[in-house]
Design a binder for this molecule. Structure first.
Ligand code: SF4
Length: 515
């Protein structure tokens, strides 16, 4: 019997390794033959460790399973899908999963992440095989036509970036994957690297074939040691099976990959800082122009994309641009893995077409707050994303709709807060975060964020409140207009949205009255 126990670090964090070891021991004692597969997570985190068994009805899930539950599960005959209080039925019938539109996460949690055979059996490498039969311009056109926009936050059209690299003449070109997933409440990149690493390898290889680059780097944040190891293993396997190397699948075209581990700086998630870090230097922002597509890694034309952008490419190549762009709304085409975190009952990964509302994600998928208290604020797009109020949750998840309310989708992270949140403290946190993570290259961010913390402290202490609020507004405008990159330029978003939508939290007398 095949038993799946996720090896994803979020499942491991809640005891999946202990469950796998106990399962092995009990099966040995009971002389039952089982094959344990350490799959990725399906992204239903409140049910982890979610153990699945293959039965005549298909895969049956049980969760959340603790080592102490296993004796009872054996007694209930769980290896053949027996009834038990933890039995969840077929995973694909669980509403959280059933109501998703999984394109890039289609395999995650289903296959053995390091099995090329299983990857292929579930449609893997078909996009690459097709790309190898096409001209580079045709691949780039297909990606452009699909409407794919960079999933890192800025939403720049991926095909345009690739076209620039393709058309720039150089001896060497590079493909760089930004897997420095540092936004609060995000975990989609990590899930792919741990749960379906060949998808990233395939997407980056297609980018190499399309632009004439023969070498790629995956820059992984230092907080992801498991993902780093898993990617390294997957690259080795892909090399040994002909999917990477001097002659990819006998096409005569070369492409190879290496992983690099960051050193814990949030700013290295910004593309030019990341390139500096990859070159072995301190992670400091570069002036633009020149664009990395023209002069990037080691001064050569470089495609630098977010991991999720590369992970979207295999399905675009396999099913075509028209299939992909049928998903979504307006200029936001395709699907986005939304990552639901914070104070929610059912946190996890929801891949849906753009256009789904925050309300649907938080209530229909997330089941509302874990505390049972009303939602008060939601932050979308990481620590630099704006805060939204509970009455704004009908906003569709779409780049333009968010920009219209001075917010951003970013990497799709959603952090939910209930009515106990103190928004003045959240605003202070944004400024403090910027002060800690600033690369120090420009004054509005380096000095402004430190002064911003001091001003917010004075507002919280009710010292010259009106004057300090004006000063803070002025400071925020200076940071937006004068910062060199998005860290300093976007930090005012959470600060100003907190003041705009939750003014009562910045007013000590009314705070006291409320208490
Ligand atoms: Fe560096 Fe901040 Fe200026 Fe960006 S805004 S270049 S992080 S100092």
């Amino acid at each position: 019997v095949r038993v799946y126990v996720p090896g994803d670090s979020s499942a491991v964090a809640v005891g999946a390794n202990r469950v796998a070891h106990a399962l092995e021991r009990l099966a040995r004692e009971k002389k039952v033959e089982i094959e344990i597969v350490r799959n990725g997570s399906r992204g239903l985190y409140w049910l982890e460790p979610m153990v699945e068994v293959t039965t005549s009805e298909g895969r049956i899930a049980y969760g959340p399973v603790a080592p102490g539950d296993l004796a009872g599960l054996f007694e209930a005959g769980f290896l053949s899908g027996g009834q038990h209080a933890l039995r969840l039925g077929r995973p694909e019938d669980i509403p959280f999963l059933k109501n998703q539109e999984r394109l890039m996460f289609a395999r995650c949690g289903i296959t053995d992440p390091l099995s090329v055979e299983e990857y292929r059996a579930h449609g893997g490498f078909r996009g690459l095989a097709k790309a190898l039969r096409m001209q580079p311009q045709e691949i780039v056109s297909e990606v452009t036509e699909s409407g794919l926009r960079g999933r890192g936050g800025a939403g720049f059209p991926t095909g345009i970036k690739w076209k620039t690299v393709l058309e720039t003449k150089a001896e060497r070109k590079y493909i760089v994957c930004n897997a420095d997933e540092g936004d609060s409440g995000t975990f989609a990149d990590r899930m792919i690297m741990e749960g379906d690493p060949f998808l990233l390898i395939e997407g980056m290889t297609i980018a190499g074939i399309a632009t004439g680059a023969t070498k790629g780097f995956i820059y992984i944040r230092s907080e992801y040691p498991d993902a780093f190891r898993q990617m390294g293993r997957a690259i080795e396997i892909a090399r040994n099976t002909g999917y990477l190397g001097p002659n990819v699948l006998g096409s005569g075209k070369a492409f190879d990959l290496e992983t690099r581990l960051g050193a814990g700086a949030y700013i290295c998630g910004e593309e030019t800082s990341l390139l500096e870090s990859l070159e072995g230097k301190r992670g400091v922002i570069r002036f633009k122009p020149p664009l990395p597509a023209i002069k990037g890694l080691f001064g050569q034309p470089t495609v630098i994309n977010n991991l999720l952008s590369f992970a979207s490419v295999p399905v675009i190549m396999d099913d075509g641009a028209n299939f992909y762009k049928n998903y979504g709304t307006g200029r936001s085409r395709g699907t986005q893995p939304f990552q639901l975190a914070g104070n929610v009952k059912q946190g996890g990964l929801i891949e849906k077409a753009f256009g789904v509302t925050l309300k649907e994600l938080i209530y229909d998928f997330g089941g509302g707050t874990l505390s049972g208290r009303p939602v008060r604020a939601v932050q979308v797009g990481g620590p630099l994303g704006a805060y939204l109020r509970a009455d704004q949750l009908d906003i569709p998840m779409d780049y333009e709709a968010f920009a219209a309310v001075k917010a951003m989708l970013g990497h799709g992270g959603i952090v939910v807060f209930d009515d106990t949140v103190d928004m003045a403290q959240q605003a202070r946190f944004a400024m403090e975060f910027c002060a800690v993570e600033s690369c120090g290259k420009c004054t509005p961010c380096r000095i402004g964020s430190t002064r911003g913390v001091e001003v917010i402290d004075r507002i919280i202490a009710d010292q010259d409140r009106a004057k300090n609020l004006r000063l803070l507004d002025d400071l925020c405008e200076t940071m937006v207009d004068g910062s060199l990159c998005a860290l300093g330029g976007l930090t005012p978003f959470p600060v100003q949205s907190a003041i705009r939508y939750f003014p009562e939290d910045f007013d000590k007398p009314s705070r006291k009255a409320a208490e």
